[in-house]
Write a protein of this length. Structure first.
Length: 173
């Protein structure tokens, strides 16, 4: 006897198959393309939101540390700042990985749409736009934005490490 969840999944798969059989391949490809573009935006928005929050937290920590001068009691905050920076860097990298996955899948669906609608020259138009962008922005277009976001968090981590070092050196005297 099937469990309720297995029956539900079977029913869902049958429903999905019935819907897909009513759609043209172009509608399916376009829908999948749009879905992955939406997920790309979602991961970029998550990265931006998390970065903004983590920067605000880091600024708050630095404000607290500087209230009465940096001293031994600020060591846990310095270590927290370092840990937070490392977490932010890993989180930004992971969000980029998810973004890149959906970007790659969207490209596959766009390429399939280009084959289905050869007269639209989808890939050719994209390549022409990319070439023009490269001419206009040269080496700047080769810089990957992900490294700016990751570096921002690493700078916070290094700042925490430097502050911890300063506190430990001052305490050891």
């Amino acid at each position: 006897m099937k469990s309720q969840s297995a029956s539900f999944l079977d029913g869902h798969a049958q429903f999905e198959t019935a819907i897909l059989s009513k759609m043209s391949s172009a509608e399916i490809l376009w829908g999948l393309y749009q879905d992955h573009c939406t997920w790309e935006r979602h991961h970029e928005e998550q990265r931006a939101t998390a970065t903004n929050i983590l920067i605000a937290v880091a600024a708050g920590i630095l404000s607290i540390m500087s209230l009465d001068g940096i001293g031994e009691s600020d060591l846990p905050l310095a270590f927290f700042l370092m840990t937070q920076g490392l977490f932010g860097a890993v989180f930004a990298a992971k969000q980029y990985e998810r973004f890149a996955r959906h970007q790659n899948l969207a490209k596959k669906y766009r390429d399939a749409l280009d084959k289905e609608f050869a007269d639209a020259h989808i890939v050719q138009l994209r390549n022409t736009g990319d070439d023009e962008h490269q001419r206009n922005y040269g080496s700047l277009s080769k810089l990957r934005l992900k490294w700016f976001w990751i570096s921002l968090h690493l700078i916070i981590a290094v700042f925490g490490l430097v502050l911890a070092g300063i506190i430990l050196l001052a305490h050891s005297k």
